[in-house]
Design a protein around this ligand. Structure first.
Ligand SMILES: Cc1cc2nc3c(=O)[nH]c(=O)nc-3n(C[C@H](O)[C@H](O)[C@H](O)COP(=O)(O)OP(=O)(O)OC[C@H]3O[C@@H](n4cnc5c(N)ncnc54)[C@H](O)[C@@H]3O)c2cc1C
Length: 418
């Protein structure tokens, strides 16, 4: 294949100035070699806290399921080096403004360096891709995430402060300050990593206020930003309902492939890349039409997307649960450390929740004392079940009418769950 990547950033400047964690198996799944050993390490277990921070729950991930941790720039270097070796051309400092359409087929991209035509446009331009958001309605592809389907994030590496030894290395705070969202404070050897994620946009003043709040229980979080310090957005939602149209396929954050409650998207995107490549190569007639590309969507949902779409329902509980209810879940063992032990390749609820019948009885008993919470949990169970049924009926072979009908039902369902 003759592949060209158009990228608005300058060569050597891509990515964020921070590290990422993801499944090491993703490299092999995408047909790539593992990076050199000095370019990565394995992540430490995380400790989760409810708003009152009374009961820490520390995950214990089995050794063969631990995610690798790597500098984002090194991930990109490895990917780009591999792509160049495979014959891919990169055009940097080229800003895409939208798709080119011929009838209802995507035939290229408009950029500040002119128009470029292609047999197939693979849209990997991120959550707010100018290609996806400018597709006409007839392509049947959602343009933008709905409210609460993206997390606004601030992340920075601060200096290490004080002499106090951290009580846990990698701390995750659910509903920090009692507000909807998540934060982490990770004590690394040379710095302290801070992430603040909220469902509404926020600026540096609010980020500083939250950081000050977290410093009270994490005095090793210094005041000086050493790296990062950027605001970004992560999709935290079900995968795109329709990922393909004639001449077009979305992948990565552009197809909302992130884990909906955590925001990890790298491994899923690598795995999806292989599925898309296989689909494209199987289309020996070179049609690259919605019909032939549909197989990519089916493969993705079967392997990863269906699980993620069910996990997306949990967000509705995260958005509606009160701080006191979450504290209660930690205190009464309704949530346990085992529930947070999400292994690197885990993208489904069945993999995440391994409950024995006795656990269900004990947790159910504790819930009986809290009517409102019980209702929320029962509603969640209903939503997960309904999501599973909707996804099961995703057409396996594509025809316009059935895909349009199915996609409408899927979109409407998720609009109502938050
Ligand atoms: C703070 C934070 C922490 C994260 N941590 C993790 C983690 O630990 N593990 C994990 O798996 N995931 C993590 N993620 C998610 C992960 O970053 C994404 O899922 C992943 O980067 C998606 O890759 P992508 O290539 O699809 O999109 P992006 O990374 O968004 O890349 C899109 C590319 O398109 C380019 N582009 C965009 N618009 C245009 C345009 N108009 N013209 C030309 N080029 C354009 C951009 O410059 C960029 O290079 C994190 C995200 C954030 C924000």
């Amino acid at each position: 294949m003759d592949v060209t990547v158009y990228e608005r950033g300058a060569e050597g400047t891509l990515g964020y100035d921070w590290t990422d964690i993801f499944a090491p198996t993703a490299w092999k799944a995408a047909g790539m070699d593992m990076p050199p050993q000095d370019k990565y390490e394995y992540k430490t277990n995380m400790t989760f806290y409810s708003p009152n921070r009374q009961i820490p729950l520390t995950q214990s991930i089995p050794a063969d399921e631990i995610e690798m941790k790597m500098e984002r720039k090194d991930i990109y270097n490895q990917l780009i080096e591999h792509a160049v070796k495979c014959g891919v051309t990169f055009v940097y400092e080229c800003t895409i403004t939208g798709p080119i359409l011929t009838g209802n087929r995507v035939t290229g991209i408009k950029t500040d360096k002119g128009d470029f035509y292609a047999d197939l446009v693979i849209d990997a331009a991120g959550i707010h891709s100018p290609v996806r958001t400018n597709l006409p309605a007839m392509c049947g592809i959602e343009k933008s995430p709905q409210p609460c389907e993206q997390l606004y994030v601030y992340r920075a590496f601060y200096n290490k402060a004080g002499t106090k030894k951290p009580d846990a290395k990698y701390k995750i705070f659910l509903l920090p300050e009692g507000k909807r969202g998540i934060a982490w404070v990770a004590a690394e050897e040379e710095f302290t990593d801070l992430l603040i994620g909220k469902f509404e946009p926020f600026g540096i003043d609010e980020a500083n206020k939250t950081a000050d709040f977290l410093r009270k229980s994490n005095p090793w979080l210094g005041q000086k930003v050493m790296r990062g310090g950027q605001f970004t957005e992560i999709p935290v939602r079900q995968p795109l309902s329709v990922m393909v149209c004639d001449g077009y396929a979305a992948i990565g954050d552009s197809a909302f492939m992130t884990m909906p409650i955590i925001g990890s998207g790298i491994a899923n995107s690598f795995k999806a890349a292989k599925m898309l490549a296989d689909t494209v190569l199987a289309d020996t007639a070179g049609a690259y039409s919605a019909d032939t590309l549909w197989d990519y969507q089916v493969k993705y949902y079967r392997a990863i997307g269906a699980g993620l779409a069910q996990i997306a329902c949990i967000k509705s509980l995260l958005l509606s649960i009160t701080p006191a209810e979450l504290d209660y879940c930690f205190e009464k063992g309704i949530l346990t450390a085992q529930d947070f032990a999400i292994g690197s390749d885990n993208t489904s609820l069945t993999g995440m929740v391994k409950l024995k019948p006795i656990d269900i009885v004990l947790r159910g008993k504790a819930l009986l004392d809290k009517n409102e919470l019980l209702k929320k949990v029962l509603k969640l169970g209903y939503k997960i079940g309904k999501a599973a049924i909707i996804i099961k009926f995703m057409p396996k072979k594509r025809d316009s009418a059935s895909v349009a009908g199915w996609s409408k039902q899927y979109i409407e369902f998720y609009k109502r769950i938050v």
